[in-house]
Structures are given as C-alpha cells and as structure tokens.
Ligand binder design. Structure first.
Ligand code: FES
Ligand SMILES: [Fe+2]
Length: 503
C-alpha cells in the first residue's frame, strides 16, 4: 500500500483521497503487470503498451508519481509515462482534454439545435489541379517530401531490431528500432552503389547486410563493415552510414520526413494535433491486418475521406441510408477531425462527467496530407474495437495513388476477434475500392476532359476546403519560409465557427 506523500501540493492530496480506492487497485495491477512481464521475459520496449492496458483508471494522472515509482524495477518504463499512455483522458495535458470536452459540448449543442457549422462561402478548385503533371510533381516535392508523414506505428517495433520497409512517393524507406530503443528511418539505399539494404517488408535483424556486395549496416544506420576492405580501398565508415531521415514517435505513430534536409519540426507541423491523437491510444493497439488498394489521384481519393456529404448516398449499398451527411470540422493546423452532431445523442443524455473516451473521440480523424483514421473503441472489427488507419500515397503519375489500410485492434493479439477483423477488412474493400475509388476513377476521367473548369466544395464541406487551401499554400511556400508558416498560421488557413441551421 502506498504511503501518503506529504511533498505533494494540497490539491493533489485532495484528489488522491478521492481516488484512494482506485489507487490501491492500480498498485495491485501495476505489480501484477511487472510480474507478468518478468515471467513472459518480454523486453522493456514491450512494456508501455502492456502497462497501458492495465492501468486505465480515471484520475490516475493526479497521483504523485514518486510515491509509486519504488515499485518499478530500474530500467522499466516510468510510472508517469505508463499512466500517460494508460489513461489518455486524464493523462495528457489539461488543455488538450479541455479541447475534447469543448468539442463534445459543441457537438451536443449542434445535435440538440439540429444545426452544423458552415464555411462562409462555396469554394472553387480548378479541375486542372487534379491532373496537371507539373502541379502534381510540385505536390509530391513540396508536400509529400517536406512534411512529416505518419508512416508506421510504434506497436510495430516492440523489440530492438524490428524493422519495416516501404516505398513512399518513390523513396525506398527503412524504419528500424535500434539498440538504444530509438526508432530511426533511413533511405533504404546502400552507401556502396545503391542497392536496398533490407528486402523484406518487415522482420527483425541484428544488422542490415546488403545482398549485392555484403556491406553491413547497424540498426542505427552506421556502416559496420566493408567486404574485402583491404582490396576495396579507403572508405571512411564514420561518414558512410545509411542516409538518415528526420524521424519522431508521437502518439504511438512513427513520423518520417522524406527529405533529409527538411527543417520542419514535427511538433510545429502537428500544431497541437499530436496531443489530440494520443487520446486515440494507438499504444494500446496492435496491427491486426493490412491491405493495399489502388486508387485515383491522391487528392481525388483524399477528398472523400474528409467528406460525410456522400456517405448515405454513395455508401447506401454498404453502410445503408442512415449515416450522417452533416458533419462539423475541427482543425489543428492542416489536420482535421470530422464528426457529425447526429452521433452525439448518447452524450446528450449523459452529464459531462460521465463522458468516457469513446464519447469524446467519435468521427474521422485525418492527418494532413494523406491519412484518415476511422473506428475506435466502439468501432467495427469485433473484440474491444479497432481503427482503420488509411494512408494515401501518390502513385507513379497524377492519375494513380496507392492506399494502405492498416487495421489496429485494441487488446492483446490473442484476444482479438479474428473473424471480426477479417469481416471489417473485407467490408472496407467493398466500401473504399467498390464505392469510393470506383467513383474516384470516374471523377478523375471526367475532370481530365476539361469540360468543367472548377470543382466545388460547399459551405458544408469545410474539411475539403481547408485541405485544398493548405495544398495551395504549401506548394507556394519556399523551404526557408515553411517553419514560419506553421508558427503563425494565417487566419484564412483556419476554420471559422459559423453555426447555421442544418435544416
Ligand atoms: S551495393 Fe551494397 S554492397 Fe554493393
Ligand atoms: Fe466514402
């Protein structure tokens, strides 16, 4: 049992009292978690997600960390970080939690008043922007190669040596967890003459040995050895490692910037959205499935992900006629959450204190420029719920894109409803390939005729409006001006709140 810690401030003390019973329970669960981990022989890198699942108790963030830290073996995840991941409602900053509450309050009001928030005007986007080769190349260079991209998940790299390879916007990428526990991303390119140093899509290795002439690289990208070095000649190993790409882990997501020289900081780019994404608790999930779909132009594809307007119409065959077509949009920098007041009936019947994490996070969370996150603890896939985390990547030319659908399930792998995930994956092929992209390819073909000069985004399509404004702004922004753009986001790149009856 914990001793009362007199060094904490009186307010914390009072709150401790309030959560006294939970505290006892947490100590027991914490101790059991470590015992289980010791028995299973798992590395400490696997601990946070495990701890997170075991510590989901409201109010845990206000306990004095030092009081409980004696229970934690040296070298293990800190209590504070376990709590932060375990209890995302209370574990993150007060400001981000307050934002979730404010949004939920707003959505309940809009639900009760039968209204949505509208943009001031209809916006026109030139149709040529969807098929013009030069424009598309600029988008790839100035967006996909300059901003941090959400490429992978921390839960895919629980152990030292876990790695993944992928190709993004024509760049072969290797992501690996090194001996220090850090995630690094590199151009998957041997320093000798350019062969890929890792072939497999994923796996676990001690080092990356190029299969062309056997140069060997460490998990941190360092060049370890040169085959037949005496006859090869002088090579300074210290400066011939793999080319490192800016990499960060935030909210259980691995962010990578494809241009090694980019100076855009990940937190600046996230504009506070990283803290919001923590509430989705990707650290409590594991990858339960992954599939790829070919699609039309990346923007044609992405337009559909910030759009509920089409849901009961285009998706009537799959989702039925009842999905809401009237959402609200909330933005953090270029990143937008789409959520419909219609889905807040339950929250309206509860007090604010009763809102749980699922009440606070419904809707589709998009990450600029190419990610959409659907689902959640009350999501499809059976079991304890799951996410579909979709990544759209540009293909080889303007009219092509490739979408990776990642299915992240809550709970341990052996607890997952496998059939539920399979059904979810199959449904998402029908919905996205059979309905969204089937339509997208038609849109793409029709746009290219030039018969219309503009596509339109309505006042009710604020998410799409903001997306195109950011795309335009980014391709017009020089490298040296990029950080300043995110430091002082201009008013025209934000979303106004203009409530209006939805009718
Ligand atoms: S290209 Fe890799 S060792 Fe030669
Ligand atoms: Fe859709």
């Amino acid at each position: 049992m914990l001793k009362s810690d007199t060094s904490v401030d009186p307010q914390t003390h009072a709150l401790m009292g309030r959560f006294f019973c939970e505290q006892c329970d947490t100590v027991r669960r914490l101790q059991k978690a470590f015992n289980d981990l010791e028995r299973s022989g798992k590395s400490r890198l696997a601990d946070p997600a495990r701890m997170a699942g075991l510590l989901a108790i409201p109010g845990a963030d206000v306990w004095p960390y030092e009081g409980i830290s004696g229970l934690i073996p040296p070298g293990q995840v800190s209590y504070k970080s376990a709590i932060a991941m375990a209890n995302p409602i209370k574990g993150s900053s007060n400001m981000s939690r307050q934002q979730l509450i404010d949004i939920t309050r707003r959505e309940v009001e809009n639900f009760q008043d039968n209204r949505i928030d509208l943009m001031p005007d209809v916006m026109k986007v030139p149709t040529a922007d969807y098929y013009d080769q030069e424009r598309w190349e600029l988008e790839v260079e100035r967006i996909f190669k300059r901003v941090p991209l959400a490429l992978a998940f921390s839960c895919e790299f629980p152990e030292v040596g876990d790695f993944r390879t992928m190709e993004v916007a024509g760049v072969p990428v290797l992501i690996a967890r090194d001996e220090r526990g850090d995630i690094g991303a590199f151009v998957n390119m041997c320093s000798h003459r350019g062969n890929y140093v890792a072939d497999e899509a994923s796996g676990n290795k001690n080092s990356f040995r190029c299969n062309y002439h056997a140069w060997n690289f460490g998990l941190n990208g360092d060049l370890i050895s040169v085959f037949d070095e005496d006859n090869f000649g002088d090579v300074d190993k210290s400066c011939n490692g793999l080319t490192r790409l800016p990499t960060a882990e935030r909210a259980g997501i691995v962010w990578v910037t494809l241009n090694p020289k980019s100076t855009l900081d990940v937190d600046l780019f996230l504009s506070g959205y990283g803290e919001m994404l923590e509430y989705l608790a990707f650290d409590e999930t594991h990858l339960a499935g992954r599939q790829e779909l070919e699609g039309p132009n990346w923007k044609v594809a992405y337009d559909g992900y910030r759009d509920f307007y089409h849901v009961p119409i285009l998706h009537r065959p799959s989702f039925g006629p009842d999905g809401s077509h009237q959402p609200d949009y909330y933005a953090w920098g270029p990143h937008v959450r789409v959520t419909a007041p219609q889905n807040y009936a339950e929250q309206a019947n509860k007090t604010e204190d009763e809102w749980d994490i699922a009440d606070l996070t419904p809707g589709v969370w998009t990450i600029f420029p190419n990610v959409s996150i659907a689902g959640g603890r009350r999501g499809r896939g059976g079991g304890q719920g799951s996410y579909m985390f979709s990544q759209m990547f540009p293909g080889a030319k303007p009219g092509e894109s490739l979408t990776t659908q990642n299915f992240l399930a809550f709970g341990a792998p052996d607890e997952v409803d496998e059939q539920g995930i399979k059904d979810y994956m199959s449904l998402m092929v029908d919905v996205v390939e059979g309905e969204d992209y089937f339509t997208g390819f038609r849109v793409q073909k029709a746009l290219k005729t030039g018969a219309k000069q503009f596509s339109m985004f309505g006042r009710n399509e604020g998410g799409g409006q903001l997306f195109h404004k950011w795309v335009d702004t980014l391709i017009a922004t020089e490298d040296e001006d990029l950080p300043a753009l995110f430091e002082n986001i201009p008013a025209e790149l934000a979303l106004p709140r203009q409530p209006k009856s939805a009718g």
